[in-house]
Design a protein around this ligand. Structure first.
Ligand code: HAM
Length: 416
C-alpha cells in the first residue's frame, strides 16, 4: 500500500472537530482584533523566499521544497506565510495608498519544510498567522502580542511563556555581527555550518543545535548591548505597554528567530511539556521586508502559530476540546421500497428545518440499523414500517434514556 510521505499527517473525521474548534475560535478572535482573512498560493517563485526568509537561513538553505515547473521556472512550496502575504499585499495594491493603513490580515495555511521529522516537527504543517502592514509604533507590537497572548487564553493554555527580544535595526545588527565574529572567531571547534555562518550571518550561530556550538554560544555577546537609542526606546515602550496590559513576558536576549527578515521586536510563546518543539508561536517586526520585495518602505509585523503544536500542547495539558453533537435523528426502515422512500422524505423534511438526520443506505436489518444509530451517537431514532407509512404516526425513541414518545410525522417535520 502506498504510504503518506514522511512528515505529513492525515486528519480523520473523528478528530477533525478539534481542528474546526480551533479554527473557529481563531477566526472569531482575529475578527475582534480587526483582522480579515487573506488567501494566497501554496507555491511561489523561489526567489520570493530566498529574498525574504534569507539565503543564510536554514529554511532557504536546507528545508525548501523547490522544483522546476514544466516552464523551467523555479517554484517553491511555501515554507511560511509572511513572504506570500507581503507579495500578495503588494501585488493587490493593499499598500499602494488606495487602502487605509494599517492593513491587518490573517491566514490559515499549510506550509512545507524539509525538516528532521519528530514530535511537533513536520514537513507539512499548518500555521495560523497574522500580519499588520503600516505602523512603526511600538504600540502596534504590544497590540499584536496581546492578540497572540489572548489566543492562548482562549484555549485555556496555562504553562505558556512569552519571551521577547529586540534584534535591532540593520545598523545595530552590523555592530552586533562584528562583535559575534570576534567572539566566535576565537573558537575553532564550531561546527562546519557555523564556520560558514561566521562569514554569512553570525547571528545564526546562536540558533545552532550542535551541543558544542550551543555551549560556546552561552557566553556570546548579547544583542541588547548593541542596539541603538531608537531601537532601545522602541523596546522600552513595548515592555512598559505589555506591563500595563498585564501581559507577562520574559526578556530572552538569545531569541534571534530562524528567518532573516526581522528587525527590532521578536517574540516567541513557548509551551511547557511539548519537548524541544515547545515554540508554539513566533513572530516579530519586519520593517525592511516590504521594500525588499519591491514595495515602498512600509513597517510591518506579524506572527504565526503552529496548529499541530497548539494541539499537542493542549493534549499535554489535558485541555479537552468539546466534541460536536451527534446526529439528531436516525430514521430506520423495515426494508420495503415505500418505507425507504418515506424515510428519505422525512429526512429531507427534517434537514429542511435545520435538523441533522441520517437513514439507512445499506438495506441493513432493523437491528443493525439501530446498532449503527447508537454508534454514531444519534440522539433520537425511529423506524418506518408499513404501519407508520399508513398512519403517519411514529414511535420516537430517545437513545439516551430509552424513553419512547408517540409522534405525528407531520408535526415532527414542522417542529423537529
Ligand atoms: P516560524 O517560527 O518559523 O515563523 O514558525 C511559526 C510557528 O510555526 C512555529 O512557532 C511553530 O509552531 C510552527 N512550525 C514551524 N515549523 C514547523 C514544523 N516543521 N512543524 C510543525 N510546526 C512548525 C514563521 O513562520 C514566521 N512567518 C512568523 C511570522 C509571521 N513572523 C512575522 N509574521
Amino acid at each position: 500500500m502506498i504510504q503518506r510521505p514522511k512528515g505529513t499527517e492525515d486528519i480523520f473525521p473523528e478528530e477533525i472537530y478539534r481542528w474546526q474548534y480551533i479554527e473557529k475560535k481563531l477566526r472569531g478572535r482575529a475578527s475582534l482584533y480587526g483582522f480579515t482573512e487573506m488567501r494566497f498560493p501554496v507555491f511561489e517563485y523561489t526567489e520570493l523566499f530566498s529574498r525574504s526568509v534569507g539565503e543564510s537561513s536554514d529554511i532557504v538553505g536546507k528545508e525548501m521544497y523547490t522544483f522546476n515547473d514544466k516552464g523551467g521556472r523555479s517554484i517553491t512550496l511555501r515554507p511560511e506565510g509572511t513572504a506570500g502575504a507581503v507579495r500578495a499585499a503588494l501585488q493587490g495594491g493593499l499598500l499602494s495608498g488606495n487602502f487605509p493603513l494599517p492593513q491587518k490580515i490573517w491566514y490559515n495555511i499549510a506550509a512545507y519544510r524539509y525538516e528532521n521529522v519528530q514530535k511537533g516537527r513536520l514537513r507539512e504543517f499548518h500555521q495560523f498567522g497574522a500580519e499588520v502592514f503600516g505602523p512603526a509604533s511600538p504600540y502596534a507590537d504590544a497590540e499584536l502580542i496581546s492578540f497572540a497572548s489572548q489566543i492562548f487564553k482562549d484555549f485555556e493554555l496555562k504553562d505558556i511563556n512569552l519571551e521577547i527580544n529586540s534584534i535591532g535595526c540593520p545598523e545595530c545588527r552590523n555592530k552586533y555581527a562584528e562583535a559575534l565574529r570576534k567572539y566566535f572567531g576565537e573558537h575553532d571547534d564550531l561546527c562546519e555550518t557555523c564556520k560558514t555562518r561566521l562569514k554569512t550571518n553570525p547571528m545564526r550561530i546562536l540558533d545552532c543545535k550542535s551541543p558544542v556550538c550551543k555551549k560556546i554560544a552561552e557566553n556570546a555577546p548579547i544583542i541588547l548591548d548593541y542596539i541603538c537609542e531608537n531601537c532601545k526606546n522602541h523596546f522600552d515602550i513595548l515592555k512598559s505597554t505589555l506591563d500595563s496590559l498585564k501581559v507577562a513576558y520574559t526578556v530572552n536576549p538569545r531569541i534571534v528567530r530562524g528567518l532573516d527578515y526581522y528587525t527590532k521586536t521578536v517574540f516567541e510563546f513557548v509551551a511547557a511539556g511539548v519537548g524541544t518543539q515547545g515554540t508554539v508561536l513566533g513572530g516579530g517586526r519586519y520593517d525592511g521586508l516590504v521594500e525588499e520585495i519591491g514595495g515602498k518602505p512600509t513597517p510591518a509585523l506579524g506572527f504565526a502559530m503552529g496548529i499541530e503544536r497548539l494541539l499537542l500542547a493542549m493534549t499535554e495539558q489535558g485541555i479537552e476540546i468539546p466534541k460536536p453533537d451527534g446526529i439528531e435523528y436516525y430514521i430506520g426502515d423495515t426494508g420495503g421500497e415505500a418505507e425507504h422512500k418515506k424515510a428519505m422524505e422525512i429526512a429531507a423534511g427534517l434537514r429542511s428545518i435545520g435538523k441533522t438526520a441520517e437513514l439507512d443506505i445499506f438495506n441493513r436489518s432493523v437491528k443493525a440499523q439501530m446498532k449503527y444509530a447508537d454508534k454514531i451517537g444519534a440522539k433520537k431514532a425511529f423506524i418506518i414500517g408499513e404501519n407508520e407509512c399508513e398512519t403517519g404516526v411514529i414511535k420516537l425513541k430517545n437513545m439516551k434514556t430509552g424513553e419512547e414518545t408517540i409522534t405525528n410525522i407531520e408535526d415532527l417535520i414542522k417542529n423537529g
